[in-house]
Design a protein around this ligand. Structure first.
Ligand code: ZN
Ligand code: ZN
Length: 295
């Protein structure tokens, strides 16, 4: 197992512990707000299982069927996670409506609150760790998982504060109202997770400063060539692809043109580690003045 896969496996185990604690908190109190928290926790476990599978798939090397590798599997995992979050929000809204029509006082509120606090602390620590490792390992699935857990911590804190308020005021509608607010909050979280991943699935260009520095490096390292054009970049999971056309004097030998390509590729890989580059060499006369990098 790779490091990312081990982390994802750890998420599943911790997710089950948190789910148990939060389900217990709902079970002893009967609170709709604590139900909403437990429902989101169930989504976390499902999402962790999906992220684990996606990471295993994404790490598989390129094969005849998928010559560009399997990195985009991670984006699917993140999109599915977003969908699950939205489904959980609907279930919570439905439950809040049920409780609102027949409100009942909370039972062992203190025990429920303590159980939920323990679960929330676990989520907070693990979520922060996932986000950090997800960034350093450039893993969309781990980052999405970490973001989800941290948004969970925010909702849990709101839910906890609310349950305390419900116990103090004894207002029956406050508990389901809180559950509904939780549902609305996680809808936004789910949409955010999906938006980022859909960008990846749609071959979104990398950030402007990366494209800018790539153009600069091509311009600086291509002496001997006449111009470069049609430069395109896209991201796929942790991979980044670059392609462009390089115009050289028509009489230049293939060997010399290839030397220039090797020089450009070395300079680019020093600037953007892991960049996958493909260069199309053209003779002078084919030069078109569109998106041109003048050398
Ligand atoms: Zn061309
Ligand atoms: Zn070559």
């Amino acid at each position: 197992m790779t490091q990312a896969q081990r982390i994802a496996a750890g998420s599943i185990v911790l997710g089950l512990v948190v789910l148990g604690l939060k389900t217990g908190a709902w079970g002893v109190t009967g609170s709709a707000a604590l139900f909403s928290d437990a429902a989101e926790s169930l989504v976390n476990v499902a999402a962790s299982v999906i992220a684990f599978g996606a990471l295993r798939l994404a790490d598989k090397p390129a094969d005849a069927n998928h010559p560009y590798g399997h990195a985009k599997a991670e984006f699917f995992a993140a999109v599915i996670e977003g969908v699950l979050i939205l489904v959980a929000a609907l279930v919570i809204l439905d439950h809040a409506w049920t409780v609102l029509r027949a409100p009942a006082p909370l039972h062992a509120a203190l025990l429920g609150i303590v159980l939920n606090i323990v679960a929330t602390v676990i989520n907070g620590v693990w979520g922060a760790l996932l986000l950090r490792r997800g960034r350093s390992l450039r893993s969309a699935a781990l980052r999405a998982d970490g973001q989800h857990l941290l948004s969970d911590v925010v909702t849990s804190c709101g839910v906890l504060a609310g349950v305390v308020l419900v116990v103090q005021t004894g207002l029956p509608w406050l508990d389901p109202a809180l559950a509904a607010a939780t549902a609305l909050y996680i809808i936004f979280a789910g949409l955010h997770v999906m938006r980022e991943s859909v960008g990846g699935l749609m071959d979104e260009a990398p950030a402007e400063d990366i494209v800018g520095s790539v153009r600069r490096v091509v311009g600086e390292s291509a002496s001997g060539a006449l111009e470069a054009h049609d430069l395109r970049m896209r991201r796929a999971g942790r991979h980044m692809f670059l392609e462009f056309h390089l115009v050289v004097p028509a009489a230049m030998t293939v060997a010399d043109a290839h030397d220039i390509c090797d020089r450009i590729e070395a300079a680019l890989k020093a600037e953007v580690p892991g960049l996958l580059i493909s260069i199309h060499v053209e003779p002078e006369g084919k030069a078109k003045h569109h998106g041109v990098i003048v050398l």
